[in-house]
Design a protein around this ligand. Structure first.
Ligand SMILES: Nc1nc2c([nH]c(=O)n2[C@H]2C[C@H](O)[C@@H](COP(=O)(O)OP(=O)(O)OP(=O)(O)O)O2)c(=O)[nH]1
Length: 126
């Protein structure tokens, strides 16, 4: 099972969502930024590292908000979603096709990774 941490990062009542690139898993679909946990890392440390590496920002993982296990045709992922606080840095589009801030009510306009269905529904409720 692949373990992944993903962050719910808020700014002025909006959430940061990112579109995955055209190659690889969940190509072109939207996600919450994060990535695969490495050996010896907690989910919180993983999220903080991935945000540094992939977005160029420093965040603090504040609290876990949801857990999902989802089986794609090729693999099963265990996703740990965390509320994260932006500490410093400016967003840099290093790996994603797009990064946008959206109001929770607008999340339905984006095609998310299938594993994100429940967290998206939860966030839409506010
Ligand atoms: N980051 C993230 N990944 C998600 C979400 N939903 C979802 O199904 N995934 C899946 C897509 C991928 O199969 C996996 C994350 O792996 P990844 O390829 O982004 O991880 P990574 O940044 O560590 O990449 P790499 O080093 O393996 O290239 O989790 C989500 O909301 N955020």
């Amino acid at each position: 099972m692949i373990e992944v941490a993903a962050g719910i990062i808020r700014r002025a009542d909006k959430l940061l969502i990112c579109q995955r690139g055209a190659d690889g898993d969940c190509a072109n679909l939207w996600e919450f930024p994060g990535g695969k946990r490495e050996a010896g890392e907690s989910f919180a440390q993983c999220l903080e590292r991935e945000c540094r590496e992939e977005l160029g920002i420093r965040v603090r993982a504040v609290r876990p908000v949801a857990e999902t296990v989802y089986t794609y045709p090729e693999r099963t992922v265990h996703l740990s979603f965390w509320e994260a606080q932006w500490l410093e840095g400016t967003l840099e589009k290093r790996v994603h096709a797009q990064m946008v801030w959206v109001a929770p009510g607008e999340l339905g306009n984006y095609a998310f990774c299938p594993a994100d269905r429940d967290i998206v529904l939860q966030l839409q409720k506010g």
